[in-house]
Design a protein around this ligand. Structure first.
Ligand SMILES: Cc1cc2nc3c(=O)[nH]c(=O)nc-3n(C[C@H](O)[C@H](O)[C@H](O)COP(=O)(O)OP(=O)(O)OC[C@H]3O[C@@H](n4cnc5c(N)ncnc54)[C@H](O)[C@@H]3O)c2cc1C
Length: 485
C-alpha cells in the first residue's frame, strides 16, 4: 500500500498529525499496534497553547465539551502558577477523550487508523520509506504501560482485553511512503530500528500512577478537577485527584516506589500503604523522571514527534501538550515539502527541538525542588515566594502554558515567530497560510483587517498561526511565501 505519509503510533501526537495531513490534502495512514483504544489516560490536561491550536482548526469547542473543568492556573513542581495575567485557562481533560475525539475526526475525514499493526521494520531510501508490520516478537505490552515519560511495563488492571495484541492474518503488511513520522512513544520502535541514540539521563525517581476507587465517604469525588500539590515536607508524594464517575487519580512516589523494580506489578497493598482509602484499582503503571531527547528530529525521510523524540518527568503537565504542538508544527510543513518546498522541513528541527529542550530542563529543575531534603525545602520556600511576584509568575506561567513561545525566524520584527495577537481563528480553519493587511485597500491581495493594531501593514500568518513574514522592508512577500508554502 502506498501513502504519502505513514504515521507510526495512534497516540495524541500521531492522531493530531494525521488530522493535519488530511486537512492539507496529504494521503496518510496511522499504524497503531493496539487493537483497541486503551481508554486510560496518563495526561489530564490541555495547556492553553494546545487549546489555542485546536481553536485554529475549529476543534476547541467539541474538545471543551469533553473537558471536566477549566482552571486559570498551572503549576511548577506543585507550586501554583496563576494564568490570569495571560487571560487563559487550561482544560482538565483525560488524554483518552482527546484521543477519541481526534480519532473520530480522522474517521470523518476518511483517514485510516490501522489498529493491530505493529511496525517491525523500517527501510528508508532516498525517495521514500518501506514500512513492514508484523506480530511483535515478545508478549504484548498492555495499554497501561505504553510509552509516556518512560512509563514502565508494570501495568495492572484496565478493561479486559485492552491493549491485548491479537495477531491476525493481516499482520504482515508492507507500506510505502514518501515520509514516515514516528509518533510511537517514549520507547519508540522506529528509533530503535534506526539505531538512533536517545541521549539524556536515566531515571532518578520512580512513581506509581493509578486510577482508583475509594472506600468510605468520598469527599472529593465529583468535585472539580484540581492541580496536584506536592508539598509534603518529607518530599514524598501521595496524591488523590478527583476524576469523573467516582474515580480518583492516585500518584505515589515514596521510598517504597524507589526500591521496587520497574517491572514490579502495582498492588492494592502498595497503594494502600500510601493512600489507605483506596478500594480498587482500575489501572496502574509505574513511571519515572528519565529525561532524554533525540539530537535530530529528522533522519532523511523519517521524522520524530512527541514522546518518540523527547521524554521527561510528567511534573508540570507538558508532555502530551508538547507532542500536540510538534504535530501542529510538522503537518503543514510535510504537506509543503511534498509539494516541492525543499527547505521547510528543516525548520521543524530548528523550531521544535529548543522548545522540548527547555521543557526537559524545566522538569529536571522541578524534580530538584521535590527532593526530600531540608535544604531543598528551604529552596522551595524561596521559589514559592518568588513565584508570588507578578513578574516571575507571568514569566513562568507563560512558559508552562506555552503562551510565551516565539520561534526564532529570519528578520527583526517583534511579531515574527509569534502567534498573531487577536487573530480570528476561523481564518486558519482550512489549514492554509493567509496574508492579512491592515490598510483599507490591500496591496498584496490579502484579507483586509483594518485597524488590527499590529505594527505592520501586512503579515503572512503560517498555517500554525505564527507570523512568518512582515511587510517591514526586510524581504518581499514572495520570499515569505516561498519559505512557508
Ligand atoms: C503518569 C503520567 C502522567 C502524565 N500526565 C501528563 C499531563 O498531565 N499532561 C501532559 O501534557 N502530559 C502528561 N503525560 C505525558 C503524556 O502522557 C505523553 O507525553 C503523551 O502520551 C505522548 O503522546 P505520544 O502520542 O507522543 O505518545 P504515546 O501516547 O505513547 O503514543 C504512542 C503510540 O504508539 C503506539 N506504538 C508504539 N510502538 C508501536 C509500533 N511499533 N507500531 C505501531 N504502533 C506503536 C503505542 O501503542 C501508542 O498508542 C503523563 C505521562 C505519564 C506517564
Amino acid at each position: 500500500m502506498r501513502y504519502e505519509v505513514v504515521v507510526v503510533g495512534g497516540g495524541p501526537t500521531g492522531l493530531l498529525l494525521a488530522n493535519e495531513l488530511a486537512l492539507a490534502g496529504v494521503s496518510a495512514v496511522v499504524l497503531e499496534k493496539l487493537v483497541e483504544r486503551p481508554g486510560q489516560s496518563r495526561a489530564l490536561n490541555l495547556q492553553p497553547r494546545s487549546a489555542r491550536i485546536l481553536d485554529l482548526r475549529g476543534m476547541l469547542q467539541p474538545v471543551r465539551k469533553r473537558a471536566i473543568d477549566e482552571l486559570p492556573a498551572g503549576h511548577f513542581a506543585g507550586i501554583e502558577l496563576d494564568y490570569t495575567p495571560w487571560g487563559e485557562c487550561q482544560l482538565g481533560i483525560p488524554q483518552a477523550r482527546v484521543e477519541e475525539y481526534l480519532e473520530d475526526r480522522l474517521a470523518e475525514r476518511g483517514v485510516p487508523v490501522r489498529r493491530g499493526r505493529t511496525v517491525t521494520a523500517v527501510e528508508p531510501g532516498p525517495d521514500g520509506v518501506l514500512v513492514r508490520t508484523g506480530a511483535p516478537a515478545g508478549p504484548s505490552t498492555g495499554a497501561a504501560t505504553s510509552g509516556g515519560a518512560d512509563a514502565g511495563p508494570a501495568g495492572s488492571g484496565g478493561p479486559a482485553g485492552s491493549g491485548v495484541r491479537r495477531p491476525s492474518a493481516g499482520d504482515d503488511e508492507q507500506f510505502r511512503c514518501r515520509y514516515l513520522v514516528a509518533c510511537d512513544g517514549g520507547r519508540s520502535t522506529v528509533r530503535g530500528l534506526l539505531g538512533l541514540p536517545f541521549p539524556g539521563r536515566d531515571a532518578r525517581v520512580s512513581a506509581v500512577v493509578a486510577d482508583v476507587t475509594l472506600n468510605g465517604p468520598q469527599d472529593a469525588a465529583g468535585s472539580p478537577w484540581r492541580l496536584p500539590r506536592f508539598d509534603r515536607p518529607d518530599g514524598t508524594v501521595a496524591e488523590l485527584l478527583p476524576l469523573p464517575d467516582g474515580v480518583h487519580r492516585a500518584v505515589v512516589a515514596g521510598p517504597e516506589q524507589q526500591a521496587l523494580p520497574r517491572e514490579a506489578p502495582v498492588t492494592l497493598d502498595e497503594l494502600r500503604r500510601a493512600l489507605p482509602s483506596v478500594a480498587t484499582i482500575r489501572w496502574a503503571s509505574r513511571f519515572t523522571d528519565a529525561s532524554r531527547q533525540l539530537e535530530r528530529y529528522r533522519h532523511g525521510r523519517v521524522l520524530f514527534a512527541g514522546d518518540a523524540a523527547h521524554i521527561h518527568s510528567p511534573t508540570g503537565g507538558q508532555g502530551l501538550n508538547l507532542g500536540l504542538q510538534d504535530a501542529f508544527n510538522l503537518g503543514w510543513k510535510l504537506a509543503a515539502a511534498l509539494r516541492g518546498n525543499a527547505t521547510v522541513l528543516d525548520t521543524y528541527q530548528a523550531e521544535r527541538h529548543p522548545v522540548a529542550a527547555r521543557v526537559l530542563a524545566s522538569t529536571r529543575a522541578q524534580g530538584v525542588l521535590l527532593v526530600p531534603d531540608p535544604d531543598v525545602v528551604a529552596l522551595r520556600e524561596l521559589v514559592t515566594e518568588l513565584i508570588a511576584l507578578p513578574a516571575a509568575n507571568r514569566q513562568l506561567a507563560g512558559f508552562v502554558s506555552g503562551l510565551e513561545l516565539r520561534y526564532e525566524l529570519p528578520g527583526r520584527h517583534p511579531l515574527l515567530g509569534r502567534a498573531l495577537p487577536g487573530l480570528d481563528p476561523a481564518l486558519l480553519h482550512a489549514g492554509r497560510a493567509v496574508v492579512l493587511e491592515t490598510g483599507r485597500t490591500p496591496r498584496y491581495g490579502g484579507i483586509a483587517v483594518p485597524g488590527a493594531g499590529w505594527d505592520a501593514d501586512a503579515v503572512l500568518v503560517r498555517p500554525d498561526g505564527r507570523v512568518g513574514w512582515v511587510d517591514d522592508g526586510y524581504e518581499p512577500l514572495a520570499a515569505g511565501l516561498a519559505r512557508w508554502t
